[in-house]
Design a protein around this ligand. Structure first.
Ligand SMILES: NC(=O)c1ccc[n+]([C@@H]2O[C@H](COP(=O)([O-])OP(=O)(O)OC[C@H]3O[C@@H](n4cnc5c(N)ncnc54)[C@H](O)[C@@H]3O)[C@@H](O)[C@H]2O)c1
Length: 296
C-alpha cells in the first residue's frame, strides 16, 4: 500500500461494507480511504461483528462508527444509512465489499446446488447492491457527486467453473452497477465495479482450487496478481474527485490478466505436462490423452 497520503479523500465521508479481518479487501480499502483523509463508518453483518475483527478496525480508525448491517435485509440497511447520516452527515461514497455462497462453502457443485442457497448467494452478493443504493437514496444519505464502488471478479463475464453460483451473483452486481449508474447520473453519482484478481482472503480461500487459480492468474498476468493493499490504492482513486466522470464501468485490477491469451512459458509448461501420462491423469485429463496430443 502507498505509504504516503495524497489527500485524495480529504473532507469526504463514507461507509465500507464488509471488512472482516486484515486479509479482507474491505479492510485494506478502509485503511487506504482513511489514509487519504476520509471519515468512515465500518459495517458488517452481526455474526462477522462477533467472530471477525471489524471492531479492531473501527478503533484503528479513531473510533469510527461500527454499524451492524445484513446487506440482504432492507430494514437493517435503512437503519444503517440513518445512523451513518446522523454520525457522518451526507456520504460521499460507499464501498460494497461483500460476498457469500453457501453452495461453495458446503462444496455443492454448480450443476446440483441447493436453490435456497443459490437465491441467498444472489441476494447477499448481487442484489444487495440494489438494496444498498435504494436504502441510501431513501435516507437521502448520498451527497451529489458521490461514488459507489463494489468488488467483482472476472467470472462474471467468463467461466471459471469452481466460482459456481458466485459468477451469476457477480454478473448481477455488474448489471445493477450499469442500471443504477444510468439513473444516478443526474445527481452526478458514479457507480462502478473493480474486478480484482484472486486474493487470499477468507471468501477467496473458500473457492475450490483457489491456490491453483491464484497461481495461474499470477503466471499469466504481465504484472502479477495485485494484493489487497494494491486493490485499495486503486479503489481510493475511484472514490476521489479525480475520477468524477467514470461511471457504469467494470474496471479490471488484475495485472493485465483479462487482456492476456497465453504466455510462451505457460504454453511450454502445458506442452511438457501433456507429454506425461502421470501428470495428465493427475489433472483429470484421461479423456484427452489421445494419440494426437502426444504424437507430434
Ligand atoms: N478474494 C478474492 O479473490 C476476490 C476477488 C475478486 C472480488 N472479490 C470480492 O471482494 C469482496 C470482499 O471479499 P473478500 O475477498 O475481501 O473476502 P472477506 O471474506 O474478507 O469479505 C467478505 C465479507 O462479506 C461479509 N458478508 C457476508 N454476508 C454478509 C451479509 N449478509 N451482510 C453483510 N456482509 C456480509 C462477510 O462478513 C465478510 O466481511 C467480495 O465481493 C468478493 O467477492 C474477492
Amino acid at each position: 500500500m502507498a505509504s504516503q497520503s495524497y489527500g485524495l479523500l480529504k473532507g469526504k465521508t463514507g461507509i465500507v461494507f464488509g471488512p472482516l479481518d486484515e486479509t479482507s479487501l474491505g479492510w485494506q480499502i478502509a485503511l487506504a480511504a482513511a489514509r487519504e483523509g476520509a471519515k468512515l463508518a465500518i459495517s458488517n453483518v452481526a455474526v462477522a461483528l462477533r467472530v471477525g475483527k471489524p471492531a479492531e478496525l473501527a478503533k484503528m480508525l479513531g473510533d469510527a462508527p461500527l454499524i451492524q448491517c445484513d446487506v440482504s435485509n432492507s430494514s437493517e440497511i435503512d437503519a444503517c444509512f440513518k445512523e451513518a447520516k446522523e454520525k457522518l452527515g451526507s456520504l460521499d461514497f460507499f464501498v460494497h465489499s461483500v460476498g457469500m455462497s453457501q453452495n461453495i462453502r458446503k462444496g455443492l457443485k454448480y450443476e446440483k446446488p441447493n436453490y435456497d442457497w443459490f437465491l441467498k448467494t444472489l441476494d447477499v452478493s448481487g442484489l444487495s447492491l440494489h438494496r444498498l443504493i435504494h436504502g441510501a437514496l431513501a435516507a437521502d444519505a448520498l451527497a451529489d457527486g458521490a461514488s459507489i464502488l463494489s468488488l467483482s471478479y472476472i467470472a462474471a463475464e467468463r467461466t471459471f467453473t469452481t466460482y459456481s453460483d458466485m459468477a451469476d451473483a457477480k454478473a448481477l452486481l455488474e448489471s445493477i452497477t450499469r442500471s443504477f449508474g444510468a439513473r444516478l447520473g443526474e445527481k452526478k453519482i458514479r457507480v462502478n465495479t473493480v474486478s480484482q484478481s484472486p486474493t487470499p482472503t477468507r471468501a477467496g480461500a473458500g473457492i475450490v482450487d483457489f491456490d491453483k487459480i491464484y497461481e495461474f492468474a499470477n503466471l499469466l498476468s504481465p504484472l502479477g496478481n495485485p494484493t489487497a493493499e494494491e486493490c485499495a490504492d486503486y479503489v481510493v482513486t475511484l472514490l476521489s474527485d479525480l475520477t468524477r466522470k467514470v461511471t457504469m464501468q467494470n474496471l479490471f485490477h488484475d495485472g493485465g490478466y483479462s487482456s492476456m491469451g497465453m504466455t510462451t512459458e505457460l504454453l511450454h509448461l502445458i506442452h511438457h505436462a501433456a507429454a506425461s501420462d502421470e501428470k495428465m491423469r493427475e489433472a483429470g485429463f484421461e479423456e484427452y490423452m489421445i494419440e494426437r496430443v502426444r504424437k507430434e
